[in-house]
Design a protein around this ligand. Structure first.
Ligand code: C2O
Ligand code: CU
Ligand code: CU
Length: 509
């Protein structure tokens, strides 16, 4: 079942290349479980991470790292497996359900799972200090307090998050609730998850991570093959119906400027933290790593036989120049810097059916926060993100596992205004200014102001947990720190930047 052969690939050009996702012999983690007494779950699952193989290309299978899931108790639909995909199973729960999840680590490395976007107690959040070694199990227990939305999960071991996610460890965590059920959005086979990730493969079909070492860490890992749900050349056959497309940018570093190839505007119905109040139309949407959007995609206007593409359009990215360089021995071999245009997926309209749904004009109720609703309206907390000397810094500080500075201490139940600034400046060849998608653990927030904006195409209207900041951009966000005390992360979601220390703790007391 597991490929145990050591496999090494050396790139022709200099800084050599291969991260092995090969398996090592290790102990089987017990499914059994540490159970606490006073928590009675509605749903109990296990997720086991192990090396595995995926038939991504013809010929030799690709060694990947994979989450496999099992429902131990509760609705068997709580886990959904994507067709022909090595990505993690989709976890589907209802708001206010209590879940217990056993994470079994069968990887030849330490790991821990983080529930991206979920509002959970600090010790259930998958902080890197809670990593478990090979062969061990970590049991999570929490109530799902989030509103309906497209959340996700991924590993979070410090310094290795980029590598582990790249290897295939990514899954969606979908929450539904009564408010969402009321509006009868396209469901079942009309509700389609799309996890977009760029990858590089060598000619032997194996994943290649950071082929140019530090340079790739600085820009973040950019692959030249665009995968959707783990597959390149992704194709969707649709009927002449309205679909709900849930899009996660699960890439380590790549930013997408998404648009329909025929110029039809995108109809956005949800962001990171669930449904918007009402649908909005965008010519294109700029989606940074970890961000989600949901689209209402109505194919009823197209004749059967139509082909359409979801594309990523050209945009100017500061590191375009810095990203040029030789790359021999690669499967794609194409240079695909951030900002380059390409097709993300193809859609074939292949069956006539009558559409009965229409786009709801009201989607949800959102309690709107303004700057004046905060406890520090006149003195926002300032967080400045930039790279220096191969380190990722926030307010000049790099990550320390348990470190909390004075300006990172928050009072429970306070409502705060934070100002997040991308202060990256060019400093030599390796120091091109970089985008920084800033993510807060534990809380959804609202973007109340932006300045220095380089791109339209942001969707700031709803709840967010990640906000993309291009060089020079800043955003003011509002959030209230309710329910849970403890240590939570905030960081750049270019995973290599986080791994290089552009990550800090905040402490709620
Ligand atoms: Cu997806 Cu620490 O985050
Ligand atoms: Cu997170
Ligand atoms: Cu960054």
């Amino acid at each position: 079942m597991i490929n145990r052969r050591q496999f090494l690939y050396l790139a022709g050009a200099g800084a050599a290349s291969v991260m092995n996702f090969h398996g090592l012999p290790f102990a089987k983690a017990a499914l059994a479980a540490s159970k606490t007494t006073d928590f009675s779950p509605d749903v109990e699952l296990s997720l086991t991470a192990s090396p595995s193989e995926a038939q991504i290309f013809p010929g030799r299978p690709t060694t990947v790292w994979q989450y496999n899931g099992q429902v131990i108790k509760g609705d068997s639909n709580s886990l959904m497996h994507l067709d022909q995909s090595h990505l993690g199973p989709i976890i589907r729960v209802h708001r206010h359900q209590k879940v217990r999840i056993h994470f079994n680590n069968n990887l030849p490395a330490r790991s821990i799972i983080h529930w991206h976007g979920l509002h959970v107690p600090a010790k259930m959040d998958g902080h890197p200090k809670d990593v478990i070694p090979t062969g061990e199990t970590f049991t999570y227990e929490f109530e799902v307090l989030n509103r309906a939305g497209t959340y996700w999960y991924h590993p979070h071991p410090h310094g290795r998050t980029g590598h582990q996610v790249y290897g295939g460890l990514t899954g969606l965590f979908l929450v539904t609730d009564a408010e969402e059920e009321k509006i009868n959005l396209p469901n079942e086979e009309l509700d389609i998850p799309l996890v977009i990730q760029d990858r590089s493969f060598n000619r032997d079909n194996q994943l290649v991570y950071l082929p140019r070492g530090m340079h790739d860490s600085m820009t973040g890992m950019l692959g030249d093959i665009i995968c959707v749900n783990g597959r390149p050349d992704f194709k969707l056959s649709v009927r002449t119906r309205a679909y709900r497309l849930r899009i996660l940018n699960g890439s380590n570093s790549r930013i997408y400027k998404l648009a329909w190839s025929d110029g039809t505007p995108l109809t956005v119905i949800a962001t990171d933290g669930g449904l918007l109040e009402k649908p909005i139309e965008k010519k294109y949407v700029v989606l940074g790593p970890a961000e989600r959007i949901e689209l209402w995609a109505d194919f009823s206007k197209y004749p059967v036989g139509t082909s359409l593409e979801l594309v990523s359009k050209y945009f100017e990215a500061a590191m375009l120049e810095a990203d040029m360089g030789p790359r021999r021995g690669m499967r794609g071999g194409l240079r695909l810097p951030n900002g380059a245009p390409f097709s993300v997926l193809k859609i074939d309209v292949d069956k006539k059916e009558t559409e009965t749904r229409s786009l709801p004009q009201k989607l949800s109720e959102i309690e709107r926060y303004q700057r004046q609703d905060t406890d520090n309206a006149d003195s926002p907390r300032q967080f400045s993100f930039f790279m220096r000397h191969m380190h990722g810094l926030i307010n000049g500080r790099t990550f320390g596992m348990q470190e909390v500075a004075d300006d990172e201490r928050i009072r429970l139940n306070s409502t705060e205004l934070w100002e997040l600034a991308n202060d990256d400046r060019p400093m030599g060849m390796m120091m091109m200014p970089m985008p920084h998608p800033v993510h807060l653990h534990g809380k959804q927030f609202q973007v109340v102001e932006r300045s220095g904006v380089l791109h339209s195409g942001y969707v700031d209207e709803g709840w967010k947990d990640t906000v993309l900041l291009m060089p020079g951009e800043r955003a003011r966000i509002v959030t209230n720190f309710t329910d849970y005390k403890g240590l939570f992360l905030y960081h750049c979601h270019i995973l290599e930047h986080g791994d290089m220390g552009m990550m800090r703790n905040y402490l709620i007391t």
